[in-house]
Design a protein around this ligand. Structure first.
Ligand code: SF4
Ligand code: SF4
Length: 351
């Protein structure tokens, strides 16, 4: 486990049609700053958590509080990253001023979410302002995009839609580098090589973190005609190493094993946490049978067990996370854990 996620607010200034966590202007509330700082203290006390990612909703609706959270994370010597839709980057000057404040607070990395659904609300020129300001201030320029295509086809590379999107945003000329490839390459370098490559990235590259559109959150209601789906029988049984190992805490302090679609099901939270309890609850969550099964064999194995117990699920799905969403839609945590315990007991007998 290396990363924990704080969803500082589920509110957003816009309401993208594909939003997997149903954020928008109608959602209300945010973390209480003191509670958020206490959560940071509790998370930072876990030696295996190296990064805290701040997301939402749109966290930059609360810029002063976010700066305070960043400062607290850095005071513990941990890494801190932020995701934003960049509404504040409307001019080169504004983008630079905001990024400079975040840099001074200690932020390590910031990602800008952009895609065709953001374009309904935010102008494309934000991206150019953001990337140029990143290079000036010293952040590796990073954009996160959702594109249409098959999430069930692991062999599919970056699609043409991604290239067209970067083109539309005026970023086609940048040296686009897949974030996962970049991270793996960074890990292979020595300390001194790493800082030279980071500098090259800041000045010349554009890091791209992309994924296919799946039927979660608002997309389930608004975009299913654009979502690529596959029959369950043809869906691979893929383990998910993330399950329970990316502890995610929403604005009400609810603890989930990852972000979407889990956070859309408030009553499927594993616990309500505070700074004092978060360490123990995160450790307990990791051992839950349902998450063990998802880590070892994937959500499909759990779903098949539930089907054998009389539950029925849609014939088609839009990827591994959508399988979790389909289960969460219908069964509670104790039912999930009971099915997982049966799988684990059978496996133990086979050994
Ligand atoms: S996708 Fe991001 S920017 Fe769009 S509504 Fe959701 S949180 Fe807001
Ligand atoms: S497969 Fe399930 S547990 Fe894994 S990241 Fe997706 S939603 Fe989370």
């Amino acid at each position: 486990m290396t990363t924990s996620v704080l969803l500082y607010t589920m509110r957003c200034n816009i309401a993208c049609a594909h939003c997997s966590v149903n954020s928008g202007p109608k959602r209300q509330g945010a973390m209480n700053l003191d509670e958020a700082l206490a959560l940071v203290d509790g998370l930072a006390a876990q030696p295996h958590i190296r990064f805290i990612d701040i997301s939402g909703g749109e966290p930059m609706l609360h810029p002063k509080e976010i700066e305070a959270v960043i400062r607290r994370v850095k005071s513990h010597g941990k890494g801190v990253r932020l995701t934003s839709n960049g509404f504040w980057a409307s001019t080169p000057k504004r983008a630079e001023a905001v990024l400079r404040r975040l840099k001074e607070a200690g932020l390590d990395s910031i990602g800008l979410s952009l895609d065709k659904w953001h374009l309904e609300f935010l102008p494309a020129n934000l991206a150019r302002c953001f990337v140029d300001a990143c290079r000036i201030v010293g952040f590796p320029p990073l954009v996160s995009c959702v594109v249409r295509g098959s999430a069930n086809d692991a062999a599919t590379g970056a699609p043409q839609e991604l290239k067209s999107l970067l083109d539309y945003y005026g970023l086609a000329a940048e040296r686009a580098t897949d974030l996962n490839d970049w991270g793996a390459y960074m890990d292979s370098l020595s300390e001194s090589e790493r800082s030279a490559f980071l500098e090259e990235t800041i000045q010349k590259r554009l890091l791209v973190n992309w994924q296919f559109l799946t039927g979660e959150g608002r997309a389930a209601a608004r975009l299913m005609s654009e979502v690529d789906t596959a029959l369950l029988s043809q869906t691979p049984q893929t383990p998910c190493p993330v399950a329970g190992r990316m502890p995610t805490i929403d604005q009400a302090g609810r603890l989930f094993p990852c972000c979407a679609p889990w956070v859309n099901y408030a009553d499927r939270a594993f616990a309500k946490v505070s700074g004092a309890t978060v360490g123990a609850e995160v450790a307990a969550m990791e051992t839950r049978p349902s998450l063990q099964v998802i880590r070892r064999w994937g959500p499909k194995r759990l779903m098949l067990e539930l089907m054998a117990r009389g539950h029925s699920f849609p014939e088609r799905n839009s990827g591994i996370c959508n399988l979790c969403g389909q289960m969460l839609e219908q069964v509670d945590l104790s039912t999930l854990d009971a099915a997982a315990e049966a799988i684990l007991a059978r496996e133990a007998e086979c050994v």
